[in-house]
Design a protein. Sequence first.
Lengths: 241, 275
Amino acid sequence: MPFVARIELSDSLDVDCLRASFARKGRLLIGQVLRQDCATALREYLESDTEWGISLAPNARGRRFASAVTYRGFNRSQMRDVFDIAYSDGGAQYAHLYETFSLSNYRNGSSRAGQYYAQFCEFVRSEPFLRFVRQITGLESVRTSTMVACRYRAGHFYASHVDATGGDGHRASYILNLSDYWDAQWGGLLRFKREDGHIDEAYLPRFNSMSIFLSSLEHAVGIVAPYAQHARYSIAGDLLE
Amino acid sequence: VRYCELNSAVNPVYAINDHRVQRNFRVRADAMARTPTAKTEFDRRGHSHIRNVLNGESARALYRWLRDDASWGLKLCNGERVLGVPPSEYSRCTSSDLRGFADIAYTAARLGFAFMREEIWCSSATMQGYPEGGHVVAPLLDLLNSDELQKLIVAVTGYVSTRLLKVAIERHKPGHFCTFNNGSSPSARLGVRLDLTPAWQVDWGGLCEFTNFFGAVDAAYRPEFNSLTIYSLSRPQGISFVAPFARAARYTVVCQLAASNVDEVNSSDAVCSSN
């Protein structure tokens, strides 16, 4: 596993252009957001040195979580239960099913992966990244952020929801996409609705792209089809006051 | 379960002949007035969506027939071949059979073009066996061939002439899908989807998705009762995977049309007159 230099934004980002794009719809997808070697290292660590737990909910209530240790021990019957529970309310708002991993609580923090995850946590809370976010969103009050790794595999999804729960200082969200390749017909796209209920745009989770959107925007991750050839890796977080 | 490789003789996609039995289904009187907005969208994005396109009773009658009386078979594409399971066999399929068919389609989807869905299994020959006017397909074809619908398509797309080439009546249920494609008829330029799904949640999938130059989805229409989606076949489109938790089926009449612009019609006229 390569040990690479500091995590930094790509030096080819056109902030003025990104700001104009964000201003139009309160969201945007930025290509090649990190230095390529940083993104590659993050992807390789996520693929090989990560302890995935699982998060699921049939609706806005009843969110459940199984830690990596518990999840690893699930038998086939328990795995079927996971899907049955997540699907039981017909994909109601806030229903979801995906694998998750807390970067900041990685238990083997002394490993190379642990050190790199710690560096990423530091990066998304650093002034250069937060300044970049403020510049393109105009959200001057953003002061810190959170981060969690996500893996969507066949049958995983996150139904329509908004991230802001009110009064929690949540201003925007980001998703750093780290799958090496993704085909739009595999599902797993980040969808934004129009007022008439159709889809205005669906972001393809291209490697090393980052979507940033206002936390008041309703969005969803479409279900990943059984014929998807890879897992969809990302690191997502809240941009907070 | 017996399934067969489909060819033109038994393909449930209809060859469009002149099945004029009776005219039951009508376009809404005010639909034409809404075409300027739809044309703007079509010109800008290569696809457009019109709500409330048929009169209410026509749409409800079509839906009732699709829901209650139609005979559905299974159709899937495993890349190179289209396979069909006729209704008589399909109704006897076990869950193990269906898993087997899904495996075929999903394996194919990893390699290239593939789909799996239900279709109304009916050839021109079997249509003749129905009492005159007793079968819905004939008046449906009449509607699709009607001047009022063709005029509406012309008004939205800017082509001066269109001609129906193929029609399929489709039902997508959980696990069904169609990967991106440009239509199966080489001479087809336009696709038209008449949606007859009464209620649908966008999170169930089954969206009619359009890709842009970069392979991303730049727009998707959810199934919407009595709506018409008109699109250029020059850009790939597909139906996204229907989630296992979808609580309804997606009913659509899908057409492919040939279309000519002014220059082509003029040059065709010139050829005719010189002959």
